[in-house]
Design a protein around this ligand. Structure first.
Ligand SMILES: Nc1ncnc2c1ncn2[C@@H]1O[C@H](COP(=O)(O)OP(=O)(O)O)[C@@H](O)[C@H]1O
Ligand SMILES: [Mg+2]
Length: 229
């Protein structure tokens, strides 16, 4: 069993929802699954003990008790790429502590779900992108995409970059939340033909992020065998 990096065609595409759904489904299937969000950015939360809202969602879904310093080694309190946060806040992103936390969490769990930040070419340093991070972690990726028109372009570009960086792809998950866009049927057909990457399924609009909603949908809609391969 290998850990999986959850990336996407853009920010706000549904990476956290998908990572949470996968975490709940794997946990309920008996897998000791850990979670990680190496770099997070946005408004800091004060209520939950985790600065990043994504991290709080992932923690709840996986029910893990690992410390924030391991799950989310770097948090930038501005909504931007780590590179832009560095330029604005003068806090340089540090890759080595992130890779050390990844190694440590990998020893604590049989599998890790790692959520990226933004899209595949989100910059962390001047010459270091999310693609470089995935390559250093040596894990396969899943691409979350949506149905809005324009998604074919974004998905093909994301797959091309993964190929360029030699990142193995487990598949594509379609977040079916755009009412005016492609149907899942036509998008699955075309993405498969255009990229050669399997489409693992789609998720509809989720009315909540509770265990039973996520488990019900992911178990039924997503090819979990391909995730666990
Ligand atoms: N399938 C879905 N059902 C309901 N809300 C969704 C769904 N996918 C995304 N959202 C909402 O859209 C926003 C962005 O999703 P999120 O998973 O945080 O994206 P990302 O992690 O890629 O930035 C969040 O408010 C999230 O709750
Ligand atoms: Mg997210």
């Amino acid at each position: 069993m290998k850990s999986v990096f959850v990336t996407g065609t853009d920010t706000d595409v549904g990476k956290t929802c998908v990572a949470a759904g996968l975490a709940v489904t794997l946990r309920k299937s008996g897998v000791d699954v850990g979670v990680m969000k190496p770099f997070a950015a946005g408004s800091a939360q004060s209520q939950t003990g985790f600065q990043s809202k994504d991290v709080e969602i992932l923690r709840r879904a996986s029910q893990i008790t690992d410390p924030e310093s391991l799950i989310n080694p770097q948090f930038f309190p501005v909504p931007s790429s780590p590179y832009t946060a560095w330029k604005n806040l003068k806090t340089k992103p540090k890759v080595n502590p992130v890779l050390s936390a990844f190694e440590e969490l990998s020893k604590l769990h049989s599998m890790l779900l790692v959520e990226g930040i933004g899209g595949i070419m989100t910059p962390i340093l001047r010459n270091y992108f999310v693609t470089d991070l995935i390559r250093e972690m040596k894990i396969p990726a899943v691409i979350v995409t949506r149905t809005r028109i324009g998604t074919v372009n974004h998905t093909v570009m994301t797959v091309q970059m993964c190929k360029k960086y030699k990142i193995p792809l487990r598949g594509i998950i379609i977040n079916d939340i755009d009412s005016h866009g492609y149907t899942v049927k036509e998008l699955s057909r075309d993405l498969k033909n255009l990229t050669g990457v399997p489409v693992l399924g789609s998720i509809p609009f989720l009315r909540d992020m509770g265990d039973s909603t996520l488990y019900g949908i992911f178990k039924k809609n997503i090819n979990m065998k391909q995730i666990l391969r």
